[in-house]
Design a protein around this ligand. Sequence first.
Ligand code: SF4
Ligand code: SF4
Ligand code: SF4
Length: 302
Amino acid sequence: MGKATVATAQLSSCVGCHVSLLDLHERLLDLLEDAIDLQYCYVVLDQKEIPEEIDVALIEGSIRNEEDLEVAEELREAAEVVVAVGTCACFGGVHGLANLYDREELLKWVYEESHSTDDEGEVPSEVVPKLFEYVRPLGEVIDVDYMVPGCPPKPDAIAEIVTALLEDREPELPRTNLCEECPREKEDKPIEEIKFRTGQGRPDPDKCLLEQGYPCLGPATRAGCEAACPSRGLPCRGCNGPTEEAVDQGAAFLDALASVSFEADVDVEELLEGLVDLPGRLYMFSLASSILKGHRDVIGGK
Ligand code: SF4
Ligand code: SF4
Ligand code: SF4
């Protein structure tokens, strides 16, 4: 069998997922030598046109403007298999929080009112592609065959999907939640206080952070990073997005929080007042794919 033809593309995103691909280092060189023919990848090739036929398309980024949609549709047409790489493509990503604001508000702020804009700034009407009203994940506009979430995904996860496709087998993708791979000990211990502000106390190094009152999104987040943040003493912020079963990450976290018991004499209402910046806490990476989709009347945006 000849090499598989591969294209990679960036939609609205930060390029971090492409950097993760390049972080494969020598393994990427081995793949290029033995197994894949990289035909379109703007970070390493000066190739302007998307090929008409391709085996695998790896797409980073979400759908924010007309150009994103055109590129996504062209790649879907050309590719046998489309893989959404990274949480922007899978769930909208961190800039999905922009769905809390109107497009006109955002344009006015960026081009006319921000501190780095002079008094004569104006919203461009030419050259830049038209911004859509909302950020959408890739799967809302084209069929996506596989998702490799993470912000960015681990290089190993990208290697696994590419290798599995080359070997004509199902890729091994994480399906459980983060708690399943977290080394911290869970005891069903009642929560005494929710510590939603940073710098509140020093967590026990071995015990579950959520049970110590720290807002760890592990129960609502897809595994796959070996619980990188809780392993280092930090609560998970949810960058792998929701599990397949959870669908809505914020709702899944509130569900998990409700199932953790509280001290009997704790005023739960007072305790929940600690839940500041609700959208940022519950949907930092997945607002655009949530059930609410950023409806600010409901979720409490500006
Ligand atoms: S998923 Fe994260 S690393 Fe990848 S493009 Fe989006 S913001 Fe960047
Ligand atoms: S809630 Fe967080 S700290 Fe606790 S087990 Fe789950 S991932 Fe680990
Ligand atoms: S622990 Fe959570 S925030 Fe940290 S890398 Fe993993 S999924 Fe992302």
